[in-house]
Each structure stands twice: as structure tokens, then as C-alpha cells.
Design a protein around this ligand. Sequence first.
Ligand SMILES: [Zn+2]
Ligand SMILES: [Zn+2]
Length: 371
Amino acid sequence: MMGHNKNFDIPKEMGAWVLNDPDNINIVKKPVPQPKEGEVLLKIDAVAICATDLEIISHGNPARIEGELPFNKNYSPGHEAMGRVVKLGEGVTEFKLGDRVAVEIHAGCGRCEMCRKGWYTSCLNYGFASKGHKANGFTTDGAFAEYMTNRTQTLVHVPDDMSDEEATLAVTAGTSMYTLDVMGGLFAGQTMVVTGPGPIGLCAVGVASALGAEVVLTGTRDNRLEIGKKLGANHVVNVKKQNPVEFVRDLTCGIGAHYVLECSGAANAINDASAMIRRGGKIGLAAFPSKPVEVDIANLVRNNAYIYATRGEGKSACHRAMALMAQKRFDAKLIHTHTFPMKDLQTGLKYTRERIEDAIKVVVRNDERLI
Ligand SMILES: [Zn+2]
Ligand SMILES: [Zn+2]
């Protein structure tokens, strides 16, 4: 067949990590999945570990298997992945065997109101594969495995000169870009404060800077703030040493920033954001505070503030984030700190959870068989 320039030996069975009881994962044998119409089979090469993986493995949410928590369902987590196309499902001509691709998480169901609007990360059939919903690593089998099937709309080509590890960051960068999308800004020449230099915050700095914003990054650790500078932050504020609200108000002649993108999850973050934005300013929420927080709503109302809470990487944001990465508009590699073999996933999870050696993005590689 045309375009089939490589043939791959695909085993019948593969190794895959599965979630048993909370905080209990192990490698099992599974049949290698078969790509359906409009899907391809990927041989996974690299997967970045996300804070959400830790959440799922310990507490289940936001993963859902047919509406239920994902424990003891033979389900494989892992969602920030890249790999090679090794088998094409029926009707697939947009990819060919051997293509290197990064994956987006959510395909959605494609038939609900939200999917039809392009908001497939908040699909109304979330968690129901029986209704056509697919979000690998959340509601269908994910990438902590040797192989995975994906619908082609969730695949992005990886440039030849981009490493596997960097390519796994397309999802994180896409998540940041989606929040910026939903905030609906022009960004060029406008002031954007990013609070919290975790993976999403640092990627947001890269994306917002590539879009021409004047970026202020706030955080508590100088080394993270330095990485933020390299990603394009014009100003950094260590909130342990300097009041970030005063800094932003001074920078903007007392008017306030156009946007605050909250990526810290800190209890006072919304109130700080509310004090940093100008009248009619916009606040994007991309982090989860661990407990309900007290919010000064009156100040938001007085200032005609807009608040946007977003989920995941909708509106094909990963494709556009990858385009910026391919153009080297920001260096996502700065966020990748550690690599382990996939069989040592538990070590990678521990590094991420405990931030050992200031781990930011830990990647596991699938270079040797798991079984
Ligand atoms: Zn993630
Ligand atoms: Zn849907």
C-alpha cells in the first residue's frame, strides 16, 4: 500500500501497567490493542508523568471507567505520550507507518453538544467508552504500556529534530494554551501574570511569551523562576521576598495586569489575582487548590472581572502548542528533568510526588519489553 514505508513486528501481547487498589500498580500482560476505523496503533516511546497520574493512582479521580472509579478494572494510566505509528486502522491516510507522533489526551465522544463545539475535554459522555468517549489514560487505556490506540484527530506530528522527551510536553504546553484560548486574549503587548512555576505554569510562560505578552512569573523557588526567565518571562517575583500584587501594580502604573493565569493552587491565589488584574481583567484557573478556598467575590464584581476555569487541552491546542515548539518559539526541554525506563515507573512516580532533585517533568521511556 502507498505510504507504507516500514513494517513493524507487532507482538500479540504486551506489558502494561495497571491500577489495582489505590496506590497499587503492577505490570500485567494484555493483548496488543487493534486500531479501529479512524485509529492507529502506536508503539509508545516516551511518556511524561503528570501530577494527575499521581492523583488517579491514589484517589481514582478524574479517571472514570464506564462511570466508575478506575480501581481493579484492568485499566492502564498514562497520558502525556509520544510514539511511532505501527499499524493503521481502516480509512487512515493522514498518517503513515513509522510516523513519530505526540498524543493529545481527549478525543471525546464526538456526538455531544460540548464535543460538537470543540470542547471535547468537557465531553458530556466523559467516562463512557460505550458512548464513544475516549480519553487515553483517563477513561480508556493509557500510555504506561508498550502500545496504545489513538484516534487520528488526537495525533500531532513530531518534527525530526525534536527529541522524544520534548515531544511528550506537547500536552502540557497544549493545556496552557487552551486556558489562554478560552481567556480569549490578544496577548501581544498585554500584561500576563502567571502564578506558580509548575509544568503548566512554566509552559504557559513559554506560550504567552511566544504570543507576544509581557509575562510576569511568580513563585517561591528561585531555580524555577530562573527556568521561567529562560522560557521567556520578562519579570519574575519570588513571593517569599517581594509582594507580587505590589510588583504587578507598580509595573502597570497602578492599573493592573490584563490577565492572570493561576497555576499554583495556593489558597490565596484567586484573591491575589483579583488584586493584580485591572478592571475588566481576566483570570484563568488551571490549578486545583487542595481544599475549598475563601474568595473575595465583591472585589471581583466591583472590577468587572472575568474568571475562566478550564479543563485539559481542548480546541486542538496541542496541535498549535506543538507548532510553536517546532518553531522553537520556546524551549520546552527546560521543563524535562529526569528520565527512567518504563519498567521503573514507580521510581518516576516517586520522583514526581516527592520532587526529588527538584523534579519537574519526569519521563519514562519504553525502550525494552516490559514482559
Ligand atoms: Zn497530564
Ligand atoms: Zn462528547
